[in-house]
Write a new protein. Structure first.
Lengths: 115, 117
């Protein structure tokens, strides 16, 4: 069975600084998808960024980028120029098929952004 | 925009009650999911459905059942609520197996926080 591990339950960052959230996963599949989801205090879970394992290029989305290391099974999220609105729970997730099938989530990490 | 709605944001029930949590999506998605979210445990899949009247167990189905009579609606049923089912429940929907390079994901509802007394 696939597992996703987020080893840091909480992190904090100063506004405008850069922070990296770590995630590791375990799978025997060669084709899969990885996601970072954000859940602000209002509780609506939204997608931050998506990475397809067959793509070597790391995904980027404005201030958000990933460092995908397939061999190491590592998938970290970098948030640049942190903003107060980035404060949220962040979940790393894995999907073994098309990317919208069953998701396996990590336990989440609470990010605090200090002004 | 995809919209996934859940019937209640907060719900208080008593032990032994039968509880219905409703989820509706407006994007004609085939897939629908019910997750349970607990602090320190992340999200865990309870049940999912690939089509009307089809359902499959997730990782923690015990004590729950589901119903999908219409494509847009997926209901989670707690047959006899217990205090250990106090939790946040999240519904999600998605397209079926997508094409590569098509940005696709699961879309989540706002959640229902259930308290069982």
């Amino acid at each position: 069975a696939q597992t996703v591990t987020q080893s840091q339950p909480e992190m904090s960052v100063q506004e405008a600084e850069t922070v990296t959230l770590s995630c590791t996963y375990d799978t025997s599949e060669s084709d899969y998808y990885l996601f970072w989801y954000k859940q602000p205090p209002s509780r609506q879970m939204i997608l931050v960024i998506r990475q397809e394992a067959y793509k070597q290029q790391n995904a980027t989305e404005n201030r958000f980028s990933v460092n995908f290391q397939k061999a190491a099974k590592s998938f970290s999220l970098k948030i640049s120029d942190s903003q107060l609105g980035d404060a949220a729970m962040y979940f790393c997730a894995y999907s073994g098929q098309g990317g919208s099938e069953k998701l396996v989530f990590g336990k989440g990490m609470k990010l605090t952004v200090n002004p | 925009d995809v919209k996934v709605t859940q019937s209640s944001r907060y719900l208080v029930k008593r032990t032994g009650e039968k509880v219905f949590l409703e989820c509706v999506q407006d994007m004609d998605h085939e897939n629908m999911f019910w997750y349970r979210q607990d602090p320190g445990l992340g999200l865990r899949l309870i049940y999912f459905s690939y089509d009307v009247k089809m359902k499959e167990k997730g990782d923690i189905p015990e004590g729950y059942s589901v119903s999908r009579e219409k494509k847009e609606r997926f209901s989670l049923i707690l047959e006899s609520a217990s205090t250990n089912q106090t939790s946040m429940y999240l519904c999600a929907s998605s397209l079926p197996y997508p094409l590569r390079d098509v940005e696709e994901t699961q879309y989540f509802g706002p959640g229902t926080r259930l308290l069982v007394l």
